[in-house]
Ligand binder design. Structure first.
Ligand SMILES: [Zn+2]
Length: 380
């Protein structure tokens, strides 16, 4: 039996009478070998991760195996987003007051710890461990000096303060209707192939993102940028940070999430972050650059009639869905085939069949870079 501790941080509201509690758990041996940070539902309408962490907490509490690392676990990382209920509909992706995507515009810690701080350069050395302490120390100093101007900022400051010194950061999301997949930076692969193997990921999509402001990149970029800025110093590698898209929004329940939690537990065992030896996993997907994944979008509003489902393989030119016209001379009679621009695995489709112009229809994981993917690889 392991002793999980429940913590609570109060986030003052912008409006009267609506303070929010951010609750999370920690579990640690007296001398942890590393720090692991896991959160779910930063996009508050993506619930599989919350259920997975529910089962992971149960397993951690009941297991005879001991934690060797410190675990910080936020099953509901974004209580602000849980409040976004409008007309009986929950929209958890955007902050309702500002329109901010909850997984964008996270602070650029590199800029923040290096701005007006000319002394950092002088203090950095060839000693990686000292550099790490120094950089984390500067980050902590910056975090402590902040006075949030809104509930959203207070929430981000609370979460950043819990995650900034972790060695592994896992951000659990989900797609709309999809297979399990991982987003991370190419620098981590194939070193972290074992995560893909243990959770049986169907795709690992890698891209080095610099200015998207996602939660995932917040923990990676400061270290990469410092290493480029000071090539003569020994800047340690970044912590491992990944976004795991845990299937689709409806995939919440004991099946399949209890097994998902066990797979994560086994990954931690394999990494010697929890005692015991896990079963040997079979091979998960290997990394592919995200610019080889087609994001098929609706060219006009319509009703989708899919020809494929997640898990199917398509060839270039094959019809993914027909789009039934909802307006114009062909209204309710015409069908436009929407075709695959690459050969590969159908990773996701849209649960909603009414789509508007620009709405995502499917993601197809190919192996050749697609010229129209451009620099911005995220959906929004
Ligand atoms: Zn998400």
């Amino acid at each position: 039996m392991n002793n999980l501790k429940l913590h609570s941080i109060q986030i003052p509201a912008d409006a009267p009478g609506q303070h929010t509690q951010l609750q999370y758990y920690t579990l640690s041996p007296p001398k942890p070998s590393a720090k692991i940070y896991i959160q779910a539902a930063l996009h508050a309408d993506e619930q599989p991760g919350t259920m997975i962490l529910h089962f992971l907490l149960q397993k951690l509490a009941a297991s005879k195996h001991k934690p060797l690392a410190q675990f910080t676990i936020l099953p509901m990382a974004n209580p602000l987003g849980m409040q976004n209920i409008h007309l009986q509909h929950h929209t958890g992706r955007y902050h309702s007051a500002s329109g901010t995507n909850y997984n964008r515009q996270w602070p650029d810690l590199h800029k923040l710890v290096t701005q007006d701080n000319h002394s950092l350069h002088k203090k950095l050395s060839r000693n990686a461990a000292n550099n790490r302490r120094l950089i984390l120390g500067e980050t902590k100093k910056w975090l402590k000096a902040q006075t949030p101007a809104s509930a959203l900022q207070a929430h981000r400051l609370a979460v950043t303060s819990l995650a900034y010194d972790a060695d592994i950061v896992l951000d659990l999301h989900c797609d709309n209707n999809a297979l399990k997949h991982i987003f991370t930076f190419p620098q981590f692969m194939p070193e972290y192939q074992d995560l893909s193997d243990h959770i049986q990921a169907k795709a690992v999509l890698v891209a080095e993102m610099e200015n998207s402001g996602t939660f995932e990149e917040t923990w990676i970029n400061p270290w990469l940028k410092l290493a480029r800025q000071f090539p003569d110093k020994n800047i340690p590698p970044p912590p491992f940070s990944a976004t795991i898209e845990w299937r689709g929004q409806g995939d919440v329940g004991e099946t399949p999430n209890k097994k998902d939690a066990e797979q994560l537990f086994h990954f931690f065992q394999a990494r010697k972050l929890i005692s015991g030896t896990p079963p040997r996993p079979s091979r998960g997907a290997v990394a592919r650059h995200f610019n080889a994944t087609q994001v098929l979008r609706a060219p006009e509003p319509g009703l989708l009639d899919y020809r494929v489902k997640p898990g199917d393989r398509v060839k270039v030119g094959e019809t993914v869905a027909d789009l039934v016209a909802l307006q114009g001379p062909d209204a309710f009679r015409g069908r436009t085939p929407l075709k695959a621009a690459t050969s590969g695995l159908v990773l996701s489709t849209n649960y909603h069949k009414y789509v508007w112009r620009g709405a995502s229809v499917a993601k197809i994981v190919g192996s050749k870079p697609l010229p129209d993917r451009g620099d911005f690889l995220l959906e929004d």
